[in-house]
Design a protein. Structure first.
Lengths: 249, 240
């Protein structure tokens, strides 16, 4: 019964087919929304049996880049690799590792301060202008805690994306997913209006960040942003070292 | 939340808390039905959710069964690589993210390093020095050294993010190694090892700013080397 204790059970043929289809999806040969040819056609193309093909589909379904719709109008449909699966899995991994919530906040601080340094190093004005545009939306919603949380999230995403690294933006989104979940719980577990003063401080901090970047004061911008994010961590986490599992599961 | 989501969350929690370890067989269906108080179709849907999250593998057939796959950083890195390939992130972009994530870790480590950590870092640097004439081996040791630094920095979230980037960088590096001659990559790899020694000296002195600056420069130089030596500018799916 040694076989049943092994976790790696995917036959080689299905792994190869999954890899082939995955490559077609990430390269854009197969586009999101597109339906794959029928099972019979694919079985002929790859020279495999139906169970092998379906095993390959299951692998790609687990990666959220394919969905198999049953029924007469069904078929295997391509999904956009949007990072949501990567984010969800990373959240589970961090919980499994016993990561405290404060650890995630600290990682976010370092990641964003690095991104601010990258923005400051770019000669073009467009990234700062994007942030400037974003900041305009904040004043009107300062009393609406959920709306302000969404706006805040957009601003932080804007900071990371303006740094110009796709990789950093993809990884940053994983952390923001977690922090946004925590923020929603934080709002729900406090009386209305509890976040108002903090939101006002945040809006002022966003404005100042934009101003420092406009003036080309990169080092000051990084220092300012670190101070702001550390204050956010203190407000959101306090002294407790709640494990992430209590937030996400 | 639907009943299946609630049941999936309860089972997921067992895996996260380590009540069900790697490779463990799932409890019998009848046990789970009683414990969770759900119907059979709901339980099966919940298992399907966990399967779609790669937390269990379901083997059909006579010798089938449900087995736990605990979350692993390699799996997370694979998911990230798929997204990065789809977004056409370049090798340069990848190294830039590595600098943005590893740089702060080095500064954190320089401020908080213990005598024991310093000893481990020195040992790693000595192992590199001993392999200075064997680029193929040295490049692996250098990758391990990056991991050791990040581990010692002590932030587990950054460690996971760094590892995601490192896994894809290792792929790019190995393409570079096989696409270039030893006379070309040998000196570059050896120079990397010397930089590692210098960064440990700075960490020893608790000079966080200098250590971070040197580390960022080191990653930039490696990026230039790897890009110059290989035509493979685009990130390639690591599970291809």
């Amino acid at each position: 019964m040694a076989r049943s204790s092994s976790v790696v059970t995917v036959p080689k043929a299905s792994a190869l087919i999954a890899a082939d289809l995955r490559r077609r999806i990430v390269s854009g040969d197969l586009e999101p929304g597109q339906t794959l040819p029928s099972e019979t056609t694919l079985m002929a193309e790859f020279g495999v049996s139906r169970p092998t093909l379906r095993e390959a589909f299951r692998v790609l379904e687990a990666e959220s880049i394919l969905t198999v719709v049953r029924g007469p109008r069904g078929g295997a449909r391509v999904l956009e690799p949007d990072g949501s699966m990567a984010a969800r899995y990373t959240g589970t991994l961090l919980q499994y590792q016993g990561t405290p919530l404060s650890d995630v906040y600290r990682a976010r601080t370092e990641l964003e301060v690095s991104a601010v340094g990258m923005i400051a190093g770019i000669r073009a004005k467009a990234p700062v202008r994007t942030l400037e545009e974003l900041v305009r939306h904040g004043d009107a919603i300062i009393d609406d805690e959920r709306a302000f949380a969404d706006y805040s999230l957009r601003f932080h995403i804007g900071v990371v994306e303006s740094g110009g690294s796709t990789t950093l933006a993809v990884l940053g989104r994983m952390l923001f997913d977690i922090l946004d979940t925590h923020n929603a719980q934080f709002i729900a577990s406090h009386p209305p209006g509890f976040e108002r003063a903090a939101n006002k401080r945040a809006q002022a901090a966003y404005r100042k960040l934009v101003k420092l970047l406009q003036n080309g004061e990169g080092t000051a911008a990084q220092r300012h942003w670190r101070r702001h994010l550390e204050a956010v961590e203190k407000f959101m986490v306090g002294r407790s070292d709640t494990p992430l599992v209590e937030v996400l599961s | 939340m639907k009943a299946a989501d609630v049941a999936a969350a309860a089972l997921r929690r067992k895996i996260i808390l380590g009540e069900l370890g790697e490779g463990a067989s799932f409890p019998r269906e009848s046990e789970l039905l009683a414990e969770l108080g759900v119907s059979k179709p709901t339980l099966r849907q919940a298992i399907r959710i966990l399967e779609s999250e790669s937390l269990v593998t379901v083997r059909r057939g006579a010798h089938g069964g449900i087995h736990v796959s605990v979350p692993r950083v390699e799996t997370a890195a694979g998911y990230a690589a798929t997204v990065l390939a789809y977004r056409q992130a370049s090798t340069a972009d990848l190294f830039e993210a590595a600098a943005a994530l590893e740089g702060p870790c080095i500064a954190m480590l320089a401020r908080s390093r213990t005598a024991d950590q310093l000893r481990r870092l020195r040992e790693a640097v000595q192992a590199e020095a001993a392999s200075i004439d064997d680029p193929q081996r040295l490049v692996l040791l250098e990758s391990d050294f990056h991991r050791l630094l990040i581990e010692c920095a002590g932030n587990s979230t950054l460690r996971v993010l760094c590892e995601m980037v490192r896994v894809v960088i290792d792929e790019a590096t190995s393409r570079y190694m096989s696409a270039t001659r030893r006379s070309e990559h040998g000196p570059a790899v050896a120079a990397g090892a010397r930089t590692h020694r210098r960064v440990v000296d700075l960490i020893d002195r608790r000079d966080a700013a200098a250590a971070e600056t040197l580390w960022r420069k080191h990653i930039r130089e490696t990026a230039a080397q790897v890009r110059g030596g290989s035509a493979a500018e685009q990130v390639v799916d690591i599970r291809g």
